[in-house]
Design a binder for this molecule. Structure first.
Ligand SMILES: [Zn+2]
Length: 103
């Protein structure tokens, strides 16, 4: 079950970007990976084309979903969100710290 989605604020739990936070830019559910703004920069080399001079630029690389934790927008604390079921069968994310719904 995916616990993060686009536009979520997350904090990185391990690796070189440990402790940094950013916004989820993209989610790849089948690969279990996410792309987070300003996190896990990887260098890309591009060849010059007619419209582009080429060179080296940095771009966010995907990281494992298990390495990030959702930050509650209400209490601003990192929290493993849990899923609660509504009466209509809809699953919603709830902050474990403050009990607030995370939309
Ligand atoms: Zn909270």
């Amino acid at each position: 079950m995916l616990t993060v989605k686009k536009k979520d604020k997350v904090v990185v739990l391990c690796g070189k970007d440990k402790g940094k936070s950013g916004e989820v830019l993209d989610v790849f559910p089948d690969k279990g990976r996410v792309i987070v703004s300003k996190i896990n920069f990887v260098k890309r080399h591009t060849k010059p084309t007619r419209t582009d001079a080429g060179g080296i630029f940095e771009k966010e690389g995907p990281i494992a979903i298990s390495k990030v934790m959702l930050v509650c927008p209400k209490c601003d604390k990192a929290s493993r969100s849990k899923f609660d079921k509504f009466s209509d069968g809809k699953k919603v994310r709830v902050c474990r710290k403050c009990g607030e719904l995370i939309v």
